[in-house]
Design a protein around this ligand. Structure first.
Ligand SMILES: [Fe+2]
Length: 240
């Protein structure tokens, strides 16, 4: 194998421990939901590959601004989250649907199951979407989410995060992950984050503060690039 072939190989092969396992007992709900028997590969059907994935509503530019969905501005730190979606060779993926969902600045979701005593924000729903441009780029304006308690173990708090879903051309090409913020004190204590054994892979889930993205007098910028597979792949949920 030549050095060039090895470089290509290294780029394309996913390293052990770079994806979270389906069963990770410290993350308690995986004990119930992880399959206990070998997986069965289902044949792909025509509708799996051809059914629409974007729903009934056209994706508009306004969908990427989570701070303008209501009458007033939401509470919290306004931020810009932007990046690109690339394959293992660094080629950009245009036309990829990215959906995000997150807690508000106080760490509260608008969800029946989230009843922890932090305030809801009438000006923040916490969901947005965008489609990557010709260079694979996306950009959201939102509010920095707060950490929130969860009942996985005593005094458990999630690091602040934004959930990402990345849709390719069909339902079979959907990937889900979480983006974090630099320097979060909960990283060492969070079993979801720690379930990814490879520390370099974990770090790929942490966005980077970006002064070029930051807008004066307006919003702090964080960059989060997404690599779909290969040796530098972003960790994704349920793909192990
Ligand atoms: Fe969450």
């Amino acid at each position: 194998m030549t050095a060039k072939q090895k470089a290509v190989n290294d780029r394309r092969v996913e390293l052990a421990g770079s994806q979270p396992p389906l069963l990770y007992p410290a993350y308690a709900s995986t004990v119930l939901r992880a399959p206990s028997r070998p997986l069965i590969r289902l044949p792909e059907t025509f509708s799996d590959l051809s059914a629409p994935v974007y729903g009934y509503m056209t994706v508009s530019e306004a969908d990427a601004d989570l701070t303008t969905q209501h009458d007033g501005a939401p509470q919290g730190e306004r931020i810009i989250v932007a990046g690109k979606v690339v394959d293992e060779d660094g080629r950009p993926l245009a036309g990829t649907l990215i959906e995000v969902w997150q807690a508000n600045a106080a760490g509260r979701y608008i969800h029946q199951r989230d009843q922890h005593p932090a305030p809801l924000d009438p000006n923040f729903t916490g969901a947005g979407r965008a489609i990557t441009d010709a260079k694979g780029r996306y950009r959201f304006t939102t509010i920095k989410p707060g950490p929130y308690p969860w009942k996985n173990h005593y005094n458990a708090w999630r690091p602040a995060h934004i959930h990402f879903s990345i849709f390719g051309p069909s339902f079979l090409t959907r990937l889900v992950t979480q983006m974090y913020f630099p320097g979060d004190p909960f990283f060492p204590l969070d079993p979801i984050f720690q379930s990814i054994a490879d520390s370099r892979a974990r770090e790929r889930l942490i966005s980077k503060f970006d002064l070029d993205l930051t807008m004066p007098e307006w919003a702090v910028g964080y960059r989060f690039d997404i690599v779909l597979r290969g040796g530098s792949s972003t960790p994704f949920e349920g793909r192990a």
